[in-house]
Design a protein around this ligand. Structure first.
Ligand code: IVH
Length: 681
């Protein structure tokens, strides 16, 4: 390819990649598959390799490039990065409001913008003539660390500003500013954080205490290729120095930042007066556990920049903004005992039994210590006072020991080398952090396997609760999950507290589970490292259980999101004759294992239809709603147009709802939507 053609091709592919980045990270509505995206990317790399002189700083290929640094150099922020004062309750919020009114000598209510307070670390990104040139951490607010090469690896950070992308741009495209310093939060999603920790655990590396530590640790890596391998994301929420960018208010700022291609959280709202702020606070607090990322409060900002200027700052915090904190999800309590639980893969997990304490509104009695290395690393002893933390619906965990509070009566904990349930050997394989009971018929493992098998996203067997699973194993009625399909009404009725009606319900639910799709069955088998998403990936890729069983490690690693650890685990699982036998018996029992394309796309209310989600759903996250629609063959778009078939409106639905009304597009409330999905609240 001659130089000129290469230049043109490169420009075209870069533009396309940028457009897809934006659709993916900012609009949340990708148009192409990951595989197609990879193909584009490889095409770009190939041409750039041939024409190295055409590689520019803002090329998407430069996200992964830079060599490790010796240390970070320091950068002085052109405009100091302020911090926020905190308010802990409604009273303090009312004081904040009163203070502003006093200061301005006004009595009327102000417009405020409320935003989630993201629990990550703040960073500043500098764009010159629309190109990302450098970036830094907040540091002490005046001087931060230069982490440019690391920030460059974060997919949701635009390397070049682009106001030309249709669909999301305001009526008048934003001109590219000469200088723009964008500030925001680098964070890690909760599911990505857990995945990362699982991976680290499997590789015997120390795990991160929470998504914020994981994000901070990942951004402050001297080797950018390490940062590149970590699932970091970014939300923009303010600016530093700017030339050629003059928003008039916080609300205007957010929409313009979005227009320039920055990810801006769609939970921000503009409201009038403190009562409305309080309402938003409760709404955000309620949705906190369901969000895909952690937030530790709400930031309340006076909307108008003119008023902000008038209010100014005091002791390094603006007078016009405040962080309204949520009740803490960390508490201290004392470890009364350490017990060892056995999970479905035989993993022995030390669990601290605590003096009960309320954490973020939930009573906590037990907190996980993960594994024996963690007990050693944290130096936990029985009788210790510790900090425990609850993050969303994750199991509470012990974060650290308060060694100052020791009085000498604490006792060391020794991890047993036999399974506390079956008494069989519990081994720790080389390179593994976890000790496992190796007895495949250990009742504790079996109980967990049955519970997992029957869970909602697996075989969805209603009425198969913990107590029932325990009894089925204890009474010798089930030796593996396939035995569930041989259970008779009589046997079930003989279980404790099982009336005829409930027994019938259970038998019916077991019967119904036979039509669960392939992905659910693969997930239900409880293969190590195979979560819902991986199971779906395997089902989509191979299309049948036989094909999955026949696949070698290499074939498995071809599947999207399946790395070598997962591939090894899946291949190992199906190499075992007893597991193959189990699948055979499930099939003989009538479990269909049909791939969902035939099983689920049949839903005509979803198949081929385009949905738009707006507002906050109280029963699920937007991600989840999207997944449920897509599972049924529907599509989800980010904005309402004549092509939209249906709009799902949650709380505080905004302009999309108005547009739907204008275009006469049917709007579903949350209850109707749940009905349509066949889900309960
Ligand atoms: S505005 C002066 N908005 O909170 C304005 N900050 O204590 C300061 N943070 O270091 C920043 N979410 O890391 C703002 N929506 C949000 C935020 C937010 C989280 C963090 C940020 C900052 C700290 C301030």
């Amino acid at each position: 390819m001659d130089h000129e053609t290469a230049q043109k091709q490169i420009e075209r592919i870069r533009d396309e990649i940028r457009r897809h980045n934006r659709l993916y990270y900012v609009e949340d509505s990708p148009e192409i598959s990951d595989a197609e995206y990879d193909r584009l990317f490889r095409e770009l790399l190939a041409i750039e390799r041939e024409h190295p002189d055409l590689v520019t700083m803002d090329s998407p290929s430069q996200r992964v490039g830079a060599a490790p640094a010796e240390g970070f150099s320091q950068v002085r922020h052109r405009v100091p990065m302020l911090s926020l004062q905190n308010a802990m309750d409604e009273g303090e919020m009312r004081e904040f409001d009163a203070r502003i009114k006093r200061f301005l000598g006004r009595e009327d209510d102000f417009d405020f913008v409320v935003e989630p307070k993201f629990d990550g670390l703040s960073a500043e990104l500098v764009y010159e003539n629309g190109v990302f040139v450098s970036g830094s951490t907040r540091g002490d607010g005046t001087v931060g660390e230069d982490v440019t090469s690391n920030l460059r690896t974060i997919g949701s950070i635009p390397l070049r500003l682009d106001a030309r992308v249709p669909d999301s741009t305001p009526l008048f495209p934003e001109p590219i500013p000469k200088l723009l310093e964008v500030r925001g939060e680098v964070y890690m999603r909760k599911d990505r954080f857990e995945e990362l920790n699982r991976q680290r655990e499997a590789e015997s590396e120390p795990i991160f205490a929470n998504p914020r530590n994981a994000a901070a640790g990942s951004l402050r890596q001297l080797d950018p290729s390490v940062t590149a391998s970590r699932p970091l994301a970014f939300f923009a929420y303010s600016i530093g120095a700017a030339d050629g960018f003059k928003p008039s208010s916080q609300w205007d700022l957010l929409s313009r930042l979005r227009g320039l291609g920055f990810p801006v959280c769609d939970m921000a709202r503009r409201v009038n007066g403190m009562d409305a702020v309080m309402e938003q606070y409760h709404r955000m607090l309620d949705s906190r556990d369901k969000l895909p990322f952690e937030i530790d409060g709400m930031v309340v900002k006076v909307d108008s920049f003119a008023l902000q200027r008038e209010l100014g700052e005091v002791s390094r915090s603006p007078r016009w903004a405040i962080a309204f904190k949520f009740p803490p999800t960390r508490e201290t309590s004392r470890i009364e005992r350490i017990v060892v639980q056995v999970g479905r893969t035989g993993a022995l997990t030390p669990v601290a039994e605590m003096t009960p304490v309320r954490v973020g509104g939930v009573m906590v009695r037990r907190a996980t210590l993960h594994n024996e290395d963690e007990v050693v690393r944290k130096g936990v002893m029985v009788g210790d006072w510790v900090t425990i933390q609850r993050a969303g619906d994750v199991i509470p965990e012990v974060v650290e020991v308060l060694t100052d509070r020791r009085d000498g009566t604490e006792e060391r904990f020794v991890m047993p080398t036999v399974c506390p349930v079956c008494g069989g050997a519990a081994n720790r394989e080389e390179g593994e952090a976890v000790r496992r009971c190796i007895n495949a018929s250990c009742p504790a493992q079996l109980k967990e396997r049955i519970r997992h098998f029957g869970s909602k996203t697996a075989m969805d067997i209603e009425h198969l609760g913990d107590k029932v699973a325990d009894q089925l194993v204890d009474q010798g009625l089930t030796h593996d999950v396939a035995d569930l399909y041989d259970l008779g009404l009589e046997q079930v009725m003989n279980l404790e507290r099982m009336a005829e009606k409930s027994a019938q319900n259970l038998i019916l639910a077991i019967e119904k589970s036979k039509s669960r799709p392939l992905s659910a069955v693969v997930f239900a088998l409880g293969i190590r490292h195979v979560g819902e998403a991986t199971a779906r990936g395997l089902a989509n890729h191979f299309g049948s259980i036989d094909a999955i069983m026949a696949a070698g490690e290499e074939d498995l690693a071809d599947v999207e999101d399946v790395g070598p650890v997962v591939a090894k685990s899946v291949a190992g699982f199906f190499k075992s004759e007893s597991n193959r036998e189990l699948v055979r018996r499930l099939r003989e029992a009538g479990v269909s294992m049909a791939h969902e394309e035939s099983a689920e796309q049949a839903d005509p209310r979803f198949a081929g239809k385009t949905f738009v989600l707006t507002g906050t759903l109280s029963s699920m996250t937007r991600e989840r709603a999207k997944a449920l629609i897509m599972e049924r063959g529907g599509k989800v778009a980010s904005s309402v147009s004549t092509k939209t078939d249906m709009v799902v409106a949650g709380d505080a639905a905004g302009s999309k709802l108005n547009k739907a009304d204008k275009l006469g597009i049917p709007v579903l409330g949350e209850d109707e939507f749940l009905d349509m999905l066949g889900q309960e609240r």
